[in-house]
Ligand binder design. Structure first.
Ligand code: HEC
Length: 141
């Protein structure tokens, strides 16, 4: 092995070692969705201490206590309905945004940009389901 080759080998070992030590980037769609759309009110940890919370009439609930308050079972169907906001009048009194509608508008925008076809209602459902999966992971024991 010449000097160049051994230099290259040393470099490869150094890079490989570095990569092995770095944390792999885990794609976590529920966490991303939550930090982008919910953390401003509910807090990054879901405990209800987001910066917008104090501007609201009703303080955002601590989402880590939902299962505990329901005999240890996350009330998924009810939460889905709350997040989606179906049946809530557009000028209703609630402080929580109607995410079904928000996501529908957001998807329509993406659809225009992609000039493609996809199941927009399905995408709304998927976004709400990854959120629920994330919320299930942050439940207090
Ligand atoms: C503008 C502030 C705000 C944002 C943003 C927000 N929420 Fe809320 N959320 C609230 C408030 C306030 C309540 C209490 C009910 C009400 O007044 O609407 C609530 C209630 C809830 C509840 C019902 C808890 C229960 O026990 O019934 C869930 C679940 C929830 N939010 C999840 C979310 C998720 C998921 C997002 C992001 C997609 C989100 N929230 C974004 C303010 C917000």
């Amino acid at each position: 092995m010449n000097t160049f080759q051994s230099g290259l080998l040393a470099l490869l070992i150094a890079c490989g070692g570095g990569a092995a030590m770095a944390q792999p980037a885990v794609y976590d769609p529920g966490k991303l969705e939550f930090s982008e759309n919910c953390a401003s009110c509910h807090g990054i940890d879901g405990k209800g201490n987001g910066p917008l919370g104090e501007l609201l009439r009703k303080s955002p609930p601590d989402l880590t206590q939902l299962a505990k308050k329901n005999q240890g079972v996350l009330p998924v169907n009810r939460l889905y309905a709350v997040i989606e906001g179906a049946g809530i009048a557009s000028h209703g009194s609630r402080d929580m945004p109607v995410w079904g509608r928000e996501y529908q508008l957001d998807n329509a925008q993406q659809m225009r940009e992609a000039r493609g076809h996809y199941d927009s209602a399905g995408l709304v459902r998927a976004r709400i389901l990854v959120l629920l999966e994330y919320i299930s992971r942050i439940q207090a024991p």
